[in-house]
Design a protein around this ligand. Structure first.
Ligand SMILES: Cc1ncc(COP(=O)(O)O)c(C=O)c1O
Length: 460
């Protein structure tokens, strides 16, 4: 964070935003035409509502290593990396070979293959959890993990972190994306559905507490227990990855571990974003705190839709004895397993993690230097392959501080600056960058140079 913060006029931000929007519309006219065509057969012209962008999304054509190309032929360094899924880079030849070899021997049997065992052995080593099952997405992983915790404890209620995203099934679509004035009291924030179609009876089973406040979590568990509603589980990200990047304060995760153990509540680390990306063993390795369950997806499959659930011996019993049906036609799909095996054993190696750490230090310190030079209201934060600039004069530690302080207009402007200067960032104000093992200093320096240009224009 800069010691002296420049005052940035709202008029200047608006003026630059209008200029950069016009520039991007001109550069992406082909995407505009594709959108006109797409919105006829595709609802809102996209495959997922998170791909919507006004006036149109950028339609991509191809990717190679750290770069992607849109349909207008614009070449971009990819820092979006498929919402953090492509930490291996695009079209990695090692993963491509594994997929090609597997394709020639059949891609789907709905019967286990050896790769499923090899991947589980490697995940057990990395995450220190002995038992594994597969899914096809992050949402399936968190859905099944919660069901397993419910079956194991015989309880229906779930405790989550306010503002955290864990996928699109009903139970976790609660207490996210809520306006600041609707959050409610700090110790008992509201449970509200995220969008339509979520039954109130489901919302009624979900409670939330704020990140980085273990005492508040314990008070909530005790209060719920008194009402006969002790939660089956706490589901949380060990570092929040949907408010930029919010790291756990010292001692917080250990305190959560102690509290959940003391009250007999299953602790699930949702590592759909952190797993594979912030260390070989994700947040478990990085922060040294052992949950009862871990959920994985995104970067796990090296670009194929693959998810996994890690369990302690005790938790896995309800799956092994048939109490819970943890099922799915495509679970452990041989193509996904082949890609995952190649990714884990040959691509995401100790050298790859060392490379990501070095690059992330370079981008974080480069952005920090720009913030200091121009007195920008913000700070850079990074962990493993992930990071962001948080545009806030206050440190963001949870959803409340995020909503109260984040400068949303600067986030939007930064995305436009990047897009116009050959840098593809995740659309959305809450998002962070994901570096890939194919990124180089050149890509990092391009990012920092673009950030510097914006800072200079803002303070001119
Ligand atoms: C932490 C976390 N959990 C779960 C999910 C859901 O994953 P998917 O989109 O693969 O269903 C996401 C997606 O962004 C996520 O960030």
């Amino acid at each position: 964070m800069s010691t002296t913060t420049a005052t940035i006029s709202r008029e200047r931000i608006a003026e630059l935003t209008a200029r950069e929007s016009d520039r991007l519309n001109e550069r992406t006219a082909g995407s505009g035409r594709m959108y006109e065509r797409a919105k006829v057969p595709l609802a809102a012209g996209v495959a997922s509502s998170y791909q919507v962008r006004d006036p149109w999304p950028l339609y991509l054509e191809r990717g190679d290593g750290p770069r992607v190309w849109d349909v207008d032929g614009n070449e971009l360094w990819d820092f979006h990396n498929g919402f953090g899924s492509m930490v291996q880079g695009h079209a990695h030849p090692v993963i491509g070979k594994a997929i090609g070899d597997r394709y020639g021997s059949g891609t789907h049997f709905a019967a286990p293959t050896e790769d499923a065992i090899i991947v589980a052995e490697e995940l057990a080593r990395r995450f220190q959890l002995p038992k594994w099952r597969y899914t096809n997405s992050g949402s399936e992983s968190t859905m099944d993990a919660i069901r397993i915790a419910r079956a194991m404890t015989g309880r229906d209620d779930v405790l989550k972190i306010f503002g955290s995203y864990h996928g699109h099934h009903d139970t976790v679509m609660v207490s996210i994306g809520i306006e600041y004035d609707k959050i409610g009291p700090h110790d008992a924030p509201v449970s509200l559905p995220y969008g339509g179609g979520i039954p109130q009876s489901t919302v009624d089973h979900v409670f939330a507490v704020h990140f980085n406040d273990a005492e508040s979590m314990e008070r909530r568990i005790v209060a719920l227990d008194r009402e006969g509603r002790k939660p089956a589980c706490v589901i949380m990200e060990a570092a929040m990855m949907n408010l930029g990047v919010v790291l756990p304060e010292d001692g917080y995760l250990q305190a959560v571990r102690d509290i959940t153990q003391r009250h007999g509540v299953v602790l699930i680390f949702d590592e759909v974003k952190t797993g594979i990306c912030i260390a070989a063993g994700g947040a478990v390795e990085r922060f040294g705190v052992q949950p009862d369950m871990v959920t994985l997806a995104k970067a796990l499959g090296g670009g194929l839709p693959t998810g996994a659930i890690g369990m302690s011996e005790e938790v896995a019993k309800v799956v092994e004895d048939g109490t819970v049906y943890q099922v799915g036609t495509y679970n452990g799909n041989p193509l996904g397993m082949a890609a995952t095996r190649a990714s884990l054993l040959e691509v995401m190696t100790p050298d790859a993690y060392a490379h990501l750490e070095r690059l992330n230090d370079r981008i974080v310190s480069g952005c920090e230097a720009v913030i200091d030079e121009f007195g920008l209201p913000g700070y850079a934060v990074g962990v493993g392959s992930k990071g962001c600039v948080t545009f806030s004069t206050q440190k963001v530690i949870d959803y409340e501080t995020f909503k109260a302080n984040q400068d949303a207009e600067l986030c939007d402007l930064a995305w436009l600056y990047n897009a116009n200067r050959g840098i593809f960032m995740t659309p959305g104000r809450e998002e962070e960058w994901t570096l890939s093992v194919t990124h180089t200093d050149e890509a990092i320096d391009a990012y920092v140079a673009c950030f510097r240009e914006m800072a200079s224009d803002l303070t001119a």
